[in-house]
Design a protein. Structure first.
Ligand code: PNS
Length: 165
């Protein structure tokens, strides 16, 4: 059984993340979406909220499991007998950081390879940070995040009603 992990902060999950999840789920038997719970980052959403949002948007994908993790990704991967780490590459600007991370992870655990999926062109510009910035000022985020997530993001900024329903 081939298991891969797609790790990230998912603060919040975007349509770009969901696209990578759906495509990865077709490549492996079991896909774990690993939600980072490290104390050094101060996310907008708690880890439970991020897990919950991911569960909502992947409920129709039978081989996808959402788990949170703390500490090193390679340890989490070993614990779950994972053969591959999946990361999305949006643009060349992602490449240097992603390459360094994959090489570090491979030195730490040579049994786990990193597979890069190119982000679909329509999501190539998208990031959770951009979504938060747009939402903070009441901008329309409906083209950036799954439908189920939109109001939860606005609520974090005290914006109860969507601008462009
Ligand atoms: O969505 P992100 O924030 O780009 O995801 C980054 C993530 C979670 C994949 C990375 O920060 C990570 O794996 N953190 C866990 C700690 C770890 O293993 N660090 C060593 C990697 S060099």
């Amino acid at each position: 059984m081939k298991t891969a992990i797609y790790p990230g902060s998912f603060d919040p999950v975007t349509l770009g993340h969901l696209d990578i999840i759906k495509r990865s789920a077709r490549l492996v038997d079991h896909l774990i979406v690993g939600v980072l719970n490290n104390n050094t980052k101060t996310p907008l959403f708690s880890v439970d909220e991020r897990v919950n949002m991911l569960e909502d948007v992947t409920k129709d994908l039978d081989n996808v499991e959402i788990l949170s993790f703390s500490g090193l990704l390679v340890d989490f991967a070993k614990e779950h007998n994972v053969q591959a780490i999946i990361r999305g590459l949006r643009a060349v600007t992602d490449f240097e950081y992603e390459l360094a991370m994959s090489q570090t992870n491979r030195v730490a655990n040579p049994d786990v390879d990193t597979i890069f999926l190119n982000t679909s062109l329509k999501y190539a510009y998208l990031s959770s940070s951009m979504v938060k910035e747009m939402a903070m000022y009441g901008g329309d985020i409906s083209k950036f995040v799954p439908e189920q997530i939109i109001d939860r993001v606005y609520q974090k900024y005290g914006i109860a009603v969507r601008n462009n329903k």
